[in-house]
Design a protein around this ligand. Structure first.
Ligand code: PSU
Ligand code: MN
Length: 304
């Protein structure tokens, strides 16, 4: 029985019952995506932004053998301090961790699963996982993409992370029928920058249009998620060429050290942060805030 594995906090429970807007938030970005204490401050501030824009935040993690939907400040602090000591949990990890009652931080894929079980349709993060560079040899394709193919949750992100292969990721998304919407942009943003050289499928004017599209998709039983690519604010973005250089160095280092699998994304984000003297972390935090604002607006429009 699903209740045995799902723990929804009272505020979120009440919001679900009353059809109030809710925004799901992931926790791997806290434990593995940023260092302490920036991760904790970001996680708490992101919840405040969701509230300021009229929705209820639901940060998700694996706690005491359950998918916990809506964390306490203490739980956020625990995940933030645990860092990479806590297990990064995606779809394939859930049966083991939940049956063994081992705590875990949820990725985009497992956060979508928990949100879907709770009935939450809008989720905000930084950037989704995708097809890694060199995937033709390594087969490294994030489980996030299969989740988007199958689970009915809309994901607001700042585009596809610059450490990935954007072209291959777009091909994969097309194959699995996942719409890639741009929020007031024709161009797919690339996480740290507004530009990427790639196009989104459709340019959406506002949150209402996006909510209408979501209702249409799911009314037609077209299962799966939608990507809403929200460009980092212009004055917060990083220089494209500087980022490209830092990412190329980080990728070469990763290859040399033989880092692969689930360790790849956390390693690359941390390395890029070092190489940019912390600028990439600042940009990452800003784009997370920017996404939370839009997600709250979409959640509100979706409830109407
Ligand atoms: N976005 C960020 N920082 C992160 C992530 C996303 O700004 O740390 C995390 C998400 O949890 C995403 C995961 O699901 O990275 C992707 O990991 P992988 O490439 O191993 O699937
Ligand atoms: Mn991977």
């Amino acid at each position: 029985m699903i209740e045995n594995y799902l723990d929804i906090n009272p505020e979120v429970e009440n919001a679900i019952a009353s059809n109030l807007p809710i925004v799901a938030l992931e926790s791997t970005i806290i434990s593995h995506g940023m260092p302490y204490p920036q991760n904790k401050n970001t996680a708490l501030h992101v919840e405040q932004i969701v509230r300021d824009y009229g929705a209820v935040p639901a940060t998700i993690a694996l706690i005491d053998g359950k998918l916990k939907v809506g964390l306490t400040e203490n739980e956020i602090d625990y995940l933030a301090k645990s860092g990479s000591k806590i297990i990064k949990a995606s779809r394939r990890d859930l049966p083991y961790l939940l049956s063994q009652k081992i705590d875990g931080a949820t990725t985009v894929s497992s956060t979508m699963i928990a949100a879907d079980l709770a009935g939450i349709r809008v989720f905000s993060t930084g950037g989704i996982g995708g097809v890694h560079r060199g995937a033709t040899e390594t087969f490294d394709i994030s489980a996030d993409l299969q989740e988007l193919a199958n689970t009915n949750v809309a994901v607001v992100c700042a585009g596809i992370k610059a450490i990935l292969d954007l072209g291959l990721t777009l091909e994969y998304l097309e194959t699995f029928g996942i719409p890639v919407l741009g929020y007031q942009t024709d161009e797919l943003p690339e996480f740290y920058t507004q530009k990427s050289g790639f196009k989104v499928n459709y340019n959406m004017k506002n949150a209402t249009e996006i909510a209408e599209l979501l209702k249409t998709k799911w009314s037609l039983n077209l299962k799966g998620g939608v990507i809403i690519a929200n460009p980092i604010p212009k004055d917060k973005q990083l220089d494209f060429d500087v980022m490209k250089k830092a990412i190329d160095i980080a990728l070469a280092e990763e290859k040399k050290l033989g880092i692969k699998g689930k360790d790849s994304t956390p390693f690359l984000l941390q390395k890029v942060k070092e190489l940019t003297g912390g600028l990439s972390l600042e940009a990452n935090i800003e784009l997370v805030y920017n996404n939370a604002k839009l997600a709250a607006q979409i959640a509100k429009a979706f409830c109407n």
